[in-house]
Design a binder for this molecule. Structure first.
Ligand code: HEC
Length: 152
């Protein structure tokens, strides 16, 4: 009996929370997806510098950053749930096209996960030339999505 009362009040609380806060939910989602991409970007830039020869190549550091990107890549999609197109402060750079072409967007997310996983693997075992090539493929996956779905 006590248990039922608890379940009912939990259900009421949950309904209230979701019902009352679609806006809060969108803001949180925007913050979440931005954070995921900030972490990805933070790790991606030093790899780019090594690939371009602007920083000395450090195999271990590169492999660690590649692994970080591969870990984060599959986490971003969750931040683009339906109803999170716009937040309170309109601070998102996500284009509305994402929610109109969600299947294509998801495909581009999968592509990123795939290429970054390959990069993480090859950066441990491959030659620098092989690593550079796979870094290019990963960067192309970023660009393919940004071109269509991110505001400048
Ligand atoms: C499937 C689509 C997609 C892929 C793939 C993708 N991004 Fe993004 N990225 C976005 C979207 C959409 C935003 C804007 C999110 C928002 O503001 O709500 C974003 C935002 C960012 C941001 C923060 C905003 C800025 O311009 O500073 C960075 C940094 C970033 N992405 C880096 C990357 C990197 C690096 C890769 C590849 C390793 C990548 N992204 C791959 C869609 C993508």
């Amino acid at each position: 009996m006590r248990k039922n009362v608890f379940l009912i009040s939990a259900a009421v609380a949950a309904t209230f929370t979701f019902g009352a806060s679609a806006q809060v939910k969108a803001d949180a989602a925007i913050e979440y997806r931005h954070s995921v991409f900030e972490v990805i970007g933070w790790n991606f830039k030093p790899m780019a510098a090594m690939v371009k020869g602007e920083a000395p190549y450090d195999k271990e550091a590169f492999a660690k950053r590649a692994a970080n990107v591969a870990t984060m890549a599959p986490m971003a999609l969750e931040g683009f749930a339906p109803g999170t197109e716009k937040g309170d402060k309109e601070k998102t750079q996500a284009k509305p096209a994402i929610w109109e072409k969600m299947d294509d967007f998801k495909g581009k997310m999968s592509k990123l996960a795939e290429e970054s996983t390959k990069l993480a693997a090859i950066s441990k075992t491959g030659t620098f030339d092989e690593i550079k090539k796979q870094f290019g493929a990963t960067g192309a996956a970023c660009k393919a999505c940004h071109d269509d779905y991110k505001q400048k």
